[in-house]
Write a protein that binds this ligand. Structure first.
Ligand code: 26V
Length: 845
């Protein structure tokens, strides 16, 4: 009988009777054998009984087997070298599907396809069965996943820590034009990629009482939840190394409250168990500012406490004291969500390990670093002192102690400035007392970074102005990046092959190599090939839209795409105003020389975000009207693609001609979709905001369509009384567009439907859509003109691809590793020979 395929090597001999030992085994044969073995021994089926899910799991196990050796080597290298490690703490990870990604990393994509075919399974069907883990809201979670991919590829010793939500981001359906949310049951069929590690379980404590005990405090009578580790391997390109994503799942301390159970109160006994396990049940949508706050705070502490206990345990296995802690451990805070790591590390060191306070605090300030991802006031975390003191009394006490020392220090430096103390205090005192989590992170960290040049600049001039005056050396910029493996190699295989044929495959490790493509900017054959690739990707998307939505779209038309979370500051509504304007213009002149367009939207609205949901409904109402108009629809189509997520991004982005990045200047911290589109040869229509600016500087402004007010003008308008009605009254097309929305032209069955939207536009227009409308429309017309000139358009495509080399997450992660974390690769050759990254971060701004 065959043994389970535990340690597969492509050349491992099989115990099968029919095997010919003299013949070298091809990779395809070896894969077939491991898949068959895994089907029988791990899935418990055989070829005769296997359903598609069984095949998927068998393939998954065979693929997973092939990262295990490198995973162990990575782990052992870190221990043997006593390497400094970085722990990336993030409430959100959006890794996307794992299977093709792992296969590409292993270099087995083509062989597995053949192996599946020969076994009678269709690989593409299997790929489509895999769940897409939606453990995040958007950009921040996807960035964390790209960073893990880069850490693995660069062989940096590091680990991601997060929460294994049982329900991730909700699934979005559109019913009668409206968003309907459904639970995302991504674990329903099991997760073949993860390993449960019950031996790594930690008690996370809440509430209780404090008992002073000399220098420390004993925390007693707590309510406890158990955090259980689940590990997934993140394979780097060509298996440079394999990083670990460790996610925590909550378990009740005991299955049932036996006392209650014995009293016959069965329901209450079970309720307690549910309450504990609720902690990791569901991902919080990003607008939940008021409701359900308590559970969110429990979540934040839950994963932070488990992660810190885990990393201290690992450190203490090979170190006898805490002296070297800051030389061996870096902890990165992905936004303020893991801010409780600061008082928790202090508590663990001071209360549990009896480290003196000052030593513990000095360690913290060397260990922590923090990334700010938004300046929007409503998104900055503040926790009521009452809630924090009720749930985590010791942590509140520690925060007060940190604050007292901090304020004393500031007072000593600036004794005359009393208002400064109020401003930099960790406690906000207006009405309800609240803890400012961003202040806590900035105080405890040795580096604080923003995510694009503009954002970092605004950050130190506004939000952190006082802190930047106190410690200018702390603040720096690390512009975001994306992994070229997933966002070009995997999502756009046709373009990847075309690029490979010209400049070789090394761009996968060293994205700045794409710059070599500029040498082909006048090569007509190459430009034609680029067009052909785009055409294929557009057809692939058109097929999906036809199949799933029943809308026929023309792959020859210009694909104008805006996919991202629906939010007023991202200004999807400005895009809709353009669509309506164009609709009116075509109706007025149907015989005009129009460039046919398909305007594609996708994105989720937070379930309680009324305006965002109205915008989705308006897009669908406009789509219904426009698409049904026989005189317009050959020239203009509108599509809202439901349930936008990583998997759909991989389909949509490679098919885009035009990338809409139209946020109000100064509001989008970076954006990362903007980079993905440019990498796939879309031209950007965008404002001077976030990373758009740096993209323009690298690609060339002449290959993009930049419009609208800049951040200073936005601030100026806001300061001097912005009056949206002025724009409305003086622009006939704009007035028409808004009036038609307001009078129900797109919602005849309910003419008042968009009253809230139009009123908000005319009365406040906080995101200044009207101020940018005219320039946006004019710029959209320039887009048409350029698109008509096939060759010019293709040249600009090429310049976009060639110019985005610096937006690789490898460059971003190298910046962090060298300038912030102080970690080095475990293996030689884990990074490219000629570093493209800046040698050090800009020291202070
Ligand atoms: C934004 C808002 C807006 C107001 C309502 C409540 C709320 C809550 C959360 C957020 C965003 C949180 C942080 C975030 O996801 N920022 C995004 O991070 C990306 C990665 O750095 C960056 O590319 C995006 O520009 C930034 O919005």
């Amino acid at each position: 009988m065959n043994a389970p395929d535990a340690a597969p090597s492509p050349l491992a001999p099989s115990a099968s009777a029919s095997f010919d030992f003299d013949r070298p085994v091809s990779t395809v044969e070896a894969l077939k054998r491991s898949i068959s073995n895994r089907l029988v021994y791990s899935v418990g089926k055989d070829v005769r009984s296997a359903c598609a899910r069984d095949w998927l799991f068998a393939v998954f196990y065979a693929v997973r087997d092939r990262i295990m050796d490198r995973w162990r080597e990575t782990h052992h290298a870190a221990i043997d070298q006593d390497a400094k490690r970085v722990y990336y703490l993030s409430m959100e990870f959006l890794p996307g599907r794992m299977l093709t990604n792992a296969l590409a990393a292993e270099g087995l994509l083509e062989d597995i396809r053949k192996a599946c075919t020969q076994l009678g399974a269709d690989f593409d069907t299997l790929v489509d069965l895999e769940a897409d883990p939606g453990l995040g809201n958007g950009g921040l979670g996807r960035l964390a996943a790209c960073f893990l991919d880069s850490m693995a590829t660069l062989a940096l010793p590091g680990m991601g820590y997060g929460i294994r939500y049982e329900y991730g981001m909700f699934a979005q359906r559109i019913v009668d034009g409206r968003q309907v949310e459904e639970p995302d049951q991504w674990l329903l069929n099991g997760n073949p990629w993860e390993f449960m590690r019950p031996e790594y379980s930690y008690t996370v404590r809440y509430r209780g009482h404090l008992v002073p005990d000399g220098q420390r405090v004993r925390w007693v009578d707590t309510e406890n939840v158990i955090a259980v580790a689940y590990d997934s391997g993140v394979p780097g390109y060509e298996l440079s190394s394999v990083a670990t994503l460790r996610l925590w799942s909550a378990r009740a301390e005991s299955a049932l409250n036996l006392e209650q159970f014995n009293r016959g109160d069965y329901m209450r006994a079970v309720e307690a168990k549910n309450w504990s396990e609720n902690v990791s049940l569901v991902l919080y949508p990003e607008d939940k500012t008021e409701q359900g706050r308590q559970l969110r705070l429990r979540q934040e502490y839950f994963f932070v406490s488990a992660s810190l206990q885990d990393l201290l345990r690992r450190y203490l296995k090979t170190h006898g004291s805490f002296e070297q802690l800051a030389d061996k451990v870096a902890i990165h805070l992905n936004d303020t969500h893991p801010a409780l790591a600061v008082p928790e590390l202090m508590r663990l060191l001071v209360d549990e390990h009896r480290v003196p306070w000052d030593e513990a605090w000095a360690l913290c300030q060397r260990i922590f670093s923090y990334t700010n991802h938004t300046l929007m006031p409503e998104a900055l975390e503040v926790w009521p002192v009452d809630l924090l003191g009720w749930l985590l009394p010791r942590h509140l006490q520690i925060i007060y102690d940190i604050n007292a020392r901090h304020l004393a220090e500031v007072h000593a430096r600036f004794p005359e400035d009393m208002d400064l103390l109020r401003r930099v205090s960790l406690i906000e005192e207006n009405g309800q007392r609240r803890v400012r989590m961003a202040w806590l992170c900035a105080l405890a960290s040795h580096k604080v970074n923003g995510v694009s040049a503009l954002h970092s600049d605004i950050m130190v001039r506004t939000l952190f102005a006082d802190f930047a005056r106190l410690w200018p050396e702390k603040f720096c910029n690390v512009t975001n990046g994306i992994t070229p493996r997933r966002w070009l190699g995997q999502a756009n295989q046709a373009l990847s092959e075309l690029i490979d044929a010209r400049i070789g495959p090394l761009w996968r490790r060293e994205l700045s190599h794409l710059g070599q493509l500029r040498a082909h900017a006048d090569d007509d054959a190459f430009l034609a090939a680029l067009r052909l690739v785009k055409q294929r990707n557009k057809r692939r998307l058109a097929d999906y839209v036809g199949r799933e939505l029943g809308i026929e779209i023309d792959p020859e038309s210009l694909f104008d795409v805006q996919v991202k979370r629906i939010h007023e500051y991202k200004r999807q509504l400005l895009n809709v105003l353009h669509v309506i304007t164009r609709y009116h213009a075509i109706r007025a002149n149907p015989k005009g020389n129009w460039v046919p367009r398909t305007v594609i939207f996708g994105g989720k609205a937070a379930s309680a975000y009324h305006m965002a949901k109205l915008i989705i409904r308006l897009i669908n109402d406009v789509a219904r009207t426009v698409n049904a108009d026989p005189c317009v629809s050959p020239l203009l189509k509108v599509v809202f693609v439901p349930n936008y997520r990583v998997t759909l991004a991989e389909l949509i982005i490679p098919a885009a001609d035009l990338s809409e990045q139209i946020s109000l200047a100064g509001t989008e911290a970076s954006g990362t979709g903007n980079m993905k589109f440019a990498l796939n040869g879309a031209l950007t229509i965008g404002t001077w905001d976030g990373a758009n600016i740096e993209i323009a500087q690298n690609v060339g402004e002449e290959h993009m369509f930049i419009f609208g007010n800049r951040a200073e003008q936005v601030a100026e308008l806001r300061a001097h009384g912005y009056v949206p009605r002025r724009y409305y009254a003086s622009n006939y097309e704009l007035k028409m567009a808004i009036d038609r929305i307001a009078d129900g032209a797109f919602s005849p069955e309910e003419p008042q439907r968009y009253q809230d939207l139009t009123r908000s536009l005319l009365e406040s227009d906080y995101y200044q859509l009207l101020a940018d409308y005219a320039d946006y429309i004019a710029t959209q017309n320039r887009v048409d003109e350029r698109y008509r000139l096939h060759r010019d358009w293709s040249r600009s495509c090429l310049h976009n691809i060639a110019g985005v080399g610096m937006f690789s997450s490898d460059r971003a992660v190298s910046n962090y590793a060298e300038g912030i974390w102080g970690v080095r690769p475990l293996f030689e050759g884990g990074r490219p020979a000629t570093p493209p990254w800046s040698p050090a971060l800009a020291a202070g701004i």
